[in-house]
Design a protein around this ligand. Structure first.
Ligand code: AMP
Length: 294
């Protein structure tokens, strides 16, 4: 089984125009490849919501810092195409770097406020890369609806806010995090973990469960909720905490007290591998509170 692979923007536009002529809606799933069930759950959500589903694979150099893993990020196009085809994706957009960033490229999309905390603090410029490439992809694909994972909650909140702030004609939806049987959030970066690190990586989801327990027991001080989670992470001797934070799910600003909803977000290094995970409080809060209008 295979699907059309569109390598250049002209081919993508032809595909998009054909969908429009057929009067069919388009759902879009942007990815960086090295696909897993988390990505495929977005494809399935898109198939349920739109007549045609297109995914993209582009390892976006603009969102990687100079000392990050751009060069060694896992790439296996043949495997990814087979997975996308099996999941029922109708087409794949896999552009070359030069077609998205031609020589002399100098225009960026920047969101203020939401991008300073959490991953934005550790990875300066990361979200500028994300908002810029997602804008470009939205301009090219012109999707009716686009799907992002809760796994990257800050990113999802930022993209939803961007679409609203810039009057983009796309419905941005967020789907729940897909996990391994032991609770570890699926991630392309899990491939980097050594066996002992992989064993210890369950501390992230266990720490989030502890934060939820603290909240359910009536704790409302953000520092106490974060502290309870951080103590769990510190039980893993290979883990180095980057952040454990309790923020507002709409603005991604740190909270002192949880009065209504909160996002507990965790980033942990195992060696050079950085893993992230998050949970909403109270658990079961709708994912649409991420990046929601204030
Ligand atoms: P990436 O390829 O890592 O850039 O991810 C592409 C999309 O898949 C993003 O919207 C991610 O949030 C989403 N995603 C990644 N991992 C998961 C997961 N475990 N569950 C749900 N969505 C995910």
């Amino acid at each position: 089984m295979t699907i059309p692979i569109l390598h250049d923007p002209a081919a993508l536009r032809a595909w998009r125009d054909a969908a429009r002529r057929a009067g069919e809606t388009v759902g879009f799933v942007p990815t960086m490849g090295a696909l897993h069930e988390g990505h495929l759950s977005l494809v399935r959500a898109s198939r349920a919501a739109a007549a045609r589903t297109i995914a993209s694979i582009f390892v976006n150099p603009l969102q990687f810092g100079p000392s990050e893993d751009f060069d060694k990020y896992p790439r296996d196009l043949a495997r990814d195409v087979a997975l996308l085809a099996t999941a029922g994706t109708d087409a794949l957009f896999a552009p070359e770097r030069e077609s998205l960033y031609p020589r002399g490229f100098s225009t960026y999309v920047v969101q203020e406020g939401t991008t300073d905390a959490l991953c934005g603090a550790t990875r300066p410029g990361h979200f500028r890369g994300v908002t810029t490439v997602v804008t470009k992809l939205f301009n090219l694909v012109e999707p009716d609806v686009a799907f992002f994972g809760q796994k990257d909650a800050q990113q999802a909140a930022i993209v939803r806010r961007m679409a609203r702030d810039l009057s983009m004609r796309v419905d941005v939806r967020i789907e729940p995090t897909v996990r391994e049987p032991d609770g570890l959030a699926m991630s392309s970066r899990n491939l980097y973990l050594a066996p002992e690190e992989r064993r210890q990586a369950t501390v992230l989801s266990r720490a989030l469960a502890r934060a939820s327990d603290a909240f359910d027991s009536g704790e409302r001080r953000a520092s106490a909720i974060a502290g309870a989670a951080e103590r769990v992470v510190r039980e893993a001797d290979r883990a180095r905490v980057d952040y454990v934070s309790v923020v507002d799910p709409s603005t991604i600003r740190p909270l002192e007290t949880v009065s209504s909803r909160a996002l507990v977000a965790i980033a942990v290094f195992f060696g050079k591998t950085r893993l992230i995970d998050n949970a909403l409080l109270p658990s079961g809060s709708p994912l649409s509170c991420l990046g929601a209008p204030e």
